[in-house]
Design a protein around this ligand. Structure first.
Ligand code: SER
Length: 318
């Protein structure tokens, strides 16, 4: 069975992707890697685990050789807001970390690599509605800078070395499992937690802020589908636009209030507002839909209902 390595396996995406990949390929075939000191029980118990920092290229290489890795999901990253607090670390982890993984993949003849880009690759100069696959990429965050440079690096390694690297520009991801760690879209998850715990939430972007979002099960399924698509179908080797739902913070709050009677939301924009304002409101992902059949399943209502149901179980044991 082909061996898979997930780097960043305890992050927002990695936690769920690792579990989904183990379900698909078997626990022993999927190696979870992190630089953190502990894995959540579900991951620790589900299959092999390794510890290394994404910048420790030789350690990474050892792990890839030891397990005979054929596919790498390289998810280690600092998100946008954390990246603004520590731009040097964001550059190192997001971009140098990608470079070291691509070099390991090249040297160890890894067959396929996945790397996540983001709507943060776009900046204020890109069209904000229906942002096209190919347009101006002038991000204003370090996170966005690393995503644009990373996308180009992926395309370069594909063209120069024939490395089969695949990527999507994720929108804000909403999930009840791992909490998001320091992004400008975190409010779309925090609102559910606070609504269930306290029936109120102070939102760090204004009510009219609209951003592209996606429910995690769609994101995980889409990622696995992209990785399973025939290589010759893929016409984008930077990163595919990927979209599901776009809504304002107020529309989200209204939906939460419908599900949790008595919930109230107040708005106190902070520095993350500026980041959110620089990003698209909606994304044109027709290329992904054409090339490899991408299709989202969850709309705002279905996603919110599923979030509330699962978070009530997680937080209140109901
Ligand atoms: N969710 C991410 C962030 O807010 C966007 O890629 O940083």
């Amino acid at each position: 069975m082909a061996k898979v390595l997930v780097i960043g396996a305890v992050g927002q995406i990695g936690t769920e992707l690792t579990v989904a990949l183990r379900k698909k390929f078997g626990g022993q075939s999927v190696i979870a890697a992190t630089r953190k000191t502990a894995f959540p029980e579900e991951i620790a118990a589900g299959g092999p685990c390794e510890y290394f920092d994404v910048l420790e290229k030789e350690k990474m290489k050892e792990v890839v050789k030891k397990h005979g890795i054929e596919t790498i999901y390289q998810l280690a990253s600092l998100l946008s807001a954390t990246g603004e607090k520590n731009p040097d670390a964001a550059f190192d982890i997001n971009l140098l970390g990608l470079k070291s993984s691509l070099d390991v993949a090249r040297e160890c003849k890894v067959k396929k690599i996945f790397w996540p880009s983001s709507i943060a690759a776009f900046g204020p100069t890109a069209p904000h509605e229906g942002t096209p696959q190919r347009t101006v990429l002038e991000p204003t965050t370090m996170y966005g800078v690393t995503k644009v440079a990373g996308e180009l690096l992926c395309q370069y390694y594909f063209r120069k070395y024939g490395l089969d690297i695949r990527s999507v520009r994720y929108p804000g991801l909403i999930s009840y499992k791992a909490e998001p760690g320091g992004g400008a879209t975190d409010y779309s998850v925090a609102i559910f937690y606070e609504a269930i715990k306290n029936r109120s939430y102070r939102c760090f972007v204004g009510p009219q802020t609209v951003l592209p979002m996606m429910y995690m099960p769609d994101a995980i399924r889409g990622t696995i589908e992209l990785m399973g698509a025939p290589s010759e179908r893929l016409t984008v080797r930077t990163s595919y636009n990927l979209a599901a739902i776009s809504f304002s913070a107020m529309e989200l709050a209204d939906e939460v209030a419908r599900l949790i009677p008595g919930f109230t939301c107040s708005y106190e924009p902070d520095s993350r507002q500026q980041i959110a304002d620089s990003w698209p409101k909606s994304i044109d992902d027709s290329q992904a839909r054409r090339d490899w059949g991408w299709k989202h399943e969850y709309d705002l209502r279905r996603m919110s209902e599923d979030m509330v149901k699962n978070l009530k179980t997680k937080l209140l044991g109901q």
